[in-house]
Design a protein around this ligand. Structure first.
Ligand code: DGL
Length: 261
């Protein structure tokens, strides 16, 4: 099956996007809700958690792994890849590639967790793809807790979003990467505050397309993946609130299975 991993439940945005694009593939999601959020943690801790999560998915029989968590992908990138030994697609690369294809001015903005922004993974990836592009970043540490609390439309959230976007607005970016799983739930608000002229990059859709493209060009991997349409959603801790947010993301009632790993 395709294993999809995130620090919590935000990565369900990636599950939804993959499901919509490739409904027949068996998917296993693992969200590390017991240890989330990763964003404020050190690189060493994030890397350790990321490797453990990958090992868990490997033990479950994943034939392809998607790192849906920007923080884990940005901070633990190479360590995770080395450990994996099977094809792995991370969310940072497809989001950066789509942003570059979308932008005209090559002035890109990225918002993400503290760890994602500190890692400079997005600026490095973009520079490797197109050295002429400029990347401006803004860390938004309060947005994950606000989304998890369900404060999706509160005036306080609008105010905080506006403050976080200001440093990017003054740089006159024309494309903005939502560099965190949770921000898709605030996409409308972010669009209004950054301005209609800025194109928003939804990383979940970018990675779903990258997965499809990978499988089209790697029949030896594709042929091994079961296609019964199974969907298993596992998390390391289940609470009513994460069950509720999972339902909002998937736009239907879903059952999260609690698993110790
Ligand atoms: N999943 C994380 C990301 O995409 C956000 C939540 C966290 O901080 O763990 O960056």
């Amino acid at each position: 099956m395709i294993g999809i991993v995130d620090s919590g439940i935000g990565g369900l945005t990636v599950v939804k996007a993959i499901r919509e694009l490739m409904p027949h593939y068996d998917l296993l999601y693992f969200g590390d809700t017991a240890r989330t959020p990763y964003g404020p943690k050190s690189a060493a801790t994030i890397t350790q958690f990321a490797v453990q999560n990958i090992e868990f998915l490997l033990n479950q029989g994943a034939g392809l792994i998607v790192v849906a968590c920007h923080t884990a992908a940005a901070v633990a990138g190479d360590a995770v890849l080395e450990k994996c030994g099977i094809p792995l697609i991370d969310i940072v690369s497809p989001a950066a590639e789509l942003a570059l294809r979308t932008s005209r001015s090559l002035h890109l903005g990225v918002i993400g967790t503290q760890a994602t922004v500190q890692s400079r993974a997005y600026p490095r990836k973009v520079a490797a793809l197109n050295p002429k592009a400029r990347v401006f970043t803004s860390a938004c540490p309060l947005l994950v807790p606000l989304v998890e609390a369900g404060w999706l439309k509160k005036p306080e959230t609008v105010m905080i979003v506006k403050k976080y976007l200001y440093p990017l607005k003054v740089r006159q970016i024309d494309t903005l990467i939502l560099g965190c799983t949770h921000y898709a739930l605030l996409a409308g608000m972010i669009q209004r505050k950054i301005g209609r002229q800025v194109k928003i990059i939804d990383a979940a859709h970018a990675v779903a397309h990258a997965v499809r493209k990978f499988l089209e060009t790697h029949p030896e991997v594709d042929g091994q993946l079961p296609r019964q349409g199974d969907l298993k959603l596992m998390v390391s801790d289940v609470t009513d609130q994460c069950q509720k947010i999972a339902g909002i993301i998937m736009q239907k009632k879903v059952k999260l299975e609690s698993i110790r790993h």
